[in-house]
Design a protein around this ligand. Structure first.
Ligand code: GTP
Ligand code: MG
Length: 260
């Protein structure tokens, strides 16, 4: 692709927009940290080469910041983003944290969709941050989405245009390459079937391994239960023998006493 590819990071305050921008560029281009107010108060533009592709990223202030009016944010994005980036290929990344998709977050999505308007929606992708947290919980993205039906529905509405980022692992260029390939292939009108298939296969493999692990644990528990039952049975039998011997001795003593 010859043209500059622009990414516009949009989302709720603290969703991980700036961190995702850093992951894409592979450097600390944007300030990212936990704060009660918006860490990014203005639109910040940074560029770089990503996987041989010239990329420009527009990081935007978070929605739902009590210190910024929504009109201000909308006006800012209109002037500093839409008017600039749309001369080339512009992709909007709707950043959502891999956590429960609350009513508040759903409302933010609606506002962003309104800001983007119908025309830009098919250039919009959902970027789920916190992939590391899912990994720690040993949860696949499929399992996570099954637990969060409204997010799953949102992804369906976006024709499965979504990707998961682990911003804790910003050196992993693989996750960026997959995102880029998916986007480039889709924007060229090709389907990213190969990659989707690759991801699906990897996901199926992970699920299979997890199922196998669960079966092994269940089998071990079954084996241990069986062993415990056998031990108990052996102890019971031992007790029965001791009891019988004691009874015999007692009878013998009684007999001896009677005979005397
Ligand atoms: N564990 C984990 N933490 C993340 C991830 N992405 C972002 N964070 C953390 O989430 C916090 C907020 O990230 P930012 O990148 O500053 O979020 P933002 O959306 O730019 O926030 P504003 O600019 O305030 O709107 C930071 O502490 C990040 O380290 C991720 O993938 N995994
Ligand atoms: Mg930010």
């Amino acid at each position: 692709m010859e043209q500059i590819l622009s990414f516009v990071l949009l989302g709720k305050k603290g969703a991980g927009k700036s961190a995702s921008g850093n992951t894409i560029l592979g450097r600390q281009a944007f300030i990212s940290n936990k704060s009660s107010k918006s860490v990014t108060p203005d639109v910040v533009e940074e560029s770089g080469m990503v996987d041989g592709q010239q990329v420009t990223i527009y990081d935007t202030p978070g929605f739902c910041d009590p210190e910024m009016s929504e009109n201000d944010i909308q006006q800012m994005i209109n002037e500093k983003v839409f008017q600039k980036c749309e001369s080339g290929v512009c992709v909007f990344l709707l950043v959502i944290e891999a956590d429960s998709f609350t009513a508040d977050e759903r409302e933010t999505v609606k506002r962003i969709e309104k800001l983007l308007g119908e025309n830009r929606l098919n250039q919009t992708w959902i970027l789920i941050t916190g992939g590391d947290k899912l990994n720690k919980e040993n949860k696949t993205i499929k399992e996570f989405l099954d637990e969060n039906k409204s997010l799953k529905e949102l992804i369906q509405k976006y024709s499965q245009r979504y990707h998961v980022f682990d911003n804790e692992n910003q050196r992993s260029s693989h996750q960026v390459r997959i995102l880029l390939t998916k986007i480039i292939q889709k924007s060229l009108g090709l389907k990213a079937k190969t990659l989707e298939l690759e991801e699906m296969k990897a996901e199926m493999k992970r699920e299979k391994e997890k199922r196998k692990q669960r079966e092994e644990v269940a089998e071990r528990a079954k084996q241990e239960r069986k062993e415990r039952e056998q031990e108990l049975k052996a102890i019971e039998e031992e007790h029965a023998v001791v009891f019988l011997v004691a009874l015999l001795v007692l009878l013998l003593l009684v007999l001896l006493l009677v005979l005397q």
